[in-house]
Design a protein around this ligand. Structure first.
Ligand SMILES: *Cc1c(COP(=O)(O)O)cnc(C)c1O
Length: 349
C-alpha cells in the first residue's frame, strides 16, 4: 500500500516551512503594514502587493474546469517547477532513483541530475509505447518516481493507459503522468484516477493548448498530502500576481481556447496527411499532441535547409530511437503551407 510517509525525505517531513505575512494574516484589513511592501505604490499603479501564496481564486476556477477539488491542486512556475519540487520532496540525493521511458521529455533527467538522483532508463517499445514488464523489472527499494509522459514528447503519441494504471496500482512510489499535451488528445485525463490511487500525480500546463507559455503556469493534481508537501517546499510567492490575474482572464474565455485547440488539431491532421505523401518522409508518428515527429531521408540536411529558409524545427536525431527524426510543431495554416513547400523544394532539388 502507498503511504507518503514511506517515500517523503526525512528533512522535508520535519521541515518547518517559511511563514509569510500573507500566510499569517489572511483576512481583509483597511491598512496593510505587515509585509514591507511599498505602501505608496509603483510606477505601474499596481502590483505593489505580494500575490496570494496559495493562489486560492485561481485554484477555485481551475478546479471547477478540471473537476478536481482545490485542495488537490498545486500551481508551479511552469510544470518544470513541479518536476523539480517532486525531486526535492521525495528523492534523497545520492540514494534514491527514478524511472524514465526515453525518448521522452528532457527535464525529468536534467532535474534528476540537479538533485543528485539516479535515473533508470526503460526505453519505450519500437511503437513508442510503455514497456510495462520492463518498468516493473527495474523498480527497486529506492525507486521513488516513475515518469510517464502522455501524449509523449517528442514522439507525440499517447501511451497505453492500461499499462499506466497497472503501474500506478502496483508501485509504492509516485507515478507522475505528464499531460502537457492532453488537450490535443481524444483521451480522458488521468485526473479521473485521483480518487482511486493516492500515488498518482498528474501534470498539466498553460504553456501549450492555452497558448500562455510566457506566463509560466503549471499544474499538479494529486492527493492532498502530496499537495501539502509541495506547498511546504515551494518558494512562498512562486506564482506572480500578473500571471494569476491574466490566467484568470484567459479561463473566462475558455471557449476561445477550445476553438484554437480544434484548429490546431485540424492543422495537425492536415500536416500529417501532407507529410505522409512526401516520398522521402519515411514515417510520420501518429500524434495526439500539437507536433509531429517525422523520420526522413537526409534529416540533418533538411533541418539546415529549413533554417536557411527561416523555418526552425527541432532536430531530435541524436535522441534514443529517433535517428533521422525531426520534431515539427504545428503552425498556423500559412506557416504549415510554407513549411510543406520548403520540404518539397528540398527533396526535389
Ligand atoms: C512543454 C512541456 C512541459 C513544460 O511545461 P511548462 O509548464 O512550460 O514548464 C512539461 N512537460 C512536457 C512533456 C512538455 O513538453
Amino acid at each position: 500500500m502507498f503511504s507518503i510517509d514511506k517515500i517523503i525525505r526525512e528533512n522535508i517531513r520535519t521541515l518547518t516551512p517559511y511563514s509569510s505575512a500573507r500566510d499569517e494574516f489572511m483576512g481583509t484589513a483597511d491598512i496593510y503594514l505587515d509585509a514591507n511592501e511599498n505602501s505608496i505604490g509603483s510606477a505601474l499603479n499596481q502590483y505593489n502587493r505580494y500575490p496570494d501564496p496559495l493562489q486560492r481564486q485561481l485554484k477555485e476556477v481551475i478546479g471547477k474546469l478540471k473537476k478536481v477539488s482545490a485542495e488537490n491542486i498545486f500551481l508551479g512556475n511552469g510544470s518544470d517547477e513541479c518536476i523539480d519540487l517532486l525531486y526535492r520532496c521525495f528523492c534523497e540525493p545520492g540514494r534514491d532513483n527514478v524511472i524514465i521511458c526515453p525518448p521522452t521529455y528532457g527535464m525529468y533527467e536534467v532535474s534528476a541530475n540537479i538533485n543528485s538522483t539516479a535515473v533508470k532508463k526503460v526505453p519505450l517499445t519500437t511503437s513508442f509505447d510503455l514497456d510495462e514488464k520492463a518498468v516493473f523489472k527495474s523498480i527497486d527499494a529506492y525507486t521513488k518516481i516513475i515518469w510517464i509522459c502522455s501524449p509523449n514528447n517528442p514522439t507525440g503519441n499517447d501511451v497505453n493507459l492500461t499499462a499506466i494504471e497497472n503501474i500506478a496500482r502496483m508501485f509504492e512510489g509516485l507515478v507522475v503522468i505528464d499531460e502537457a499535451y492532453i488537450d490535443f488528445s481524444p483521451r480522458k485525463s488521468c485526473t479521473d484516477w485521483l480518487n482511486k490511487y493516492d500515488n498518482v500525480v498528474v501534470l498539466q500546463t498553460f504553456s501549450k493548448a492555452w497558448g500562455l507559455a510566457g506566463l509560466r503556469l503549471g499544474m499538479a493534481f494529486a492527493a492532498t498530502d502530496i499537495i501539502q508537501t509541495l506547498n511546504k517546499v515551494k518558494p512562498p510567492y512562486n506564482i506572480n500576481e500578473a500571471t494569476q490575474q491574466l490566467v484568470l482572464k484567459a479561463l473566462k474565455k475558455h471557449k476561445a481556447t477550445l476553438q484554437v485547440i480544434d484548429e490546431l488539431v485540424a492543422q495537425r491532421n492536415y500536416l500529417e496527411l501532407q507529410l505522409t505523401g512526401i516520398k522521402a518522409v519515411e514515417k510520420v508518428n501518429p500524434s495526439d499532441a500539437n507536433f509531429l515527429l517525422i523520420k526522413c531521408a537526409k534529416s540533418n540536411e533538411l533541418y539546415r535547409y529549413l533554417l536557411g529558409q527561416g523555418i526552425v524545427v527541432r532536430d531530435r536525431s541524436t535522441t534514443l530511437n529517433c535517428e533521422n527524426c525531426l520534431r515539427i510543431t504545428v503552425g498556423t495554416a500559412e506557416e504549415n503551407r510554407k513549411l510543406l513547400k520548403a520540404i518539397r523544394t528540398f527533396y526535389n532539388r
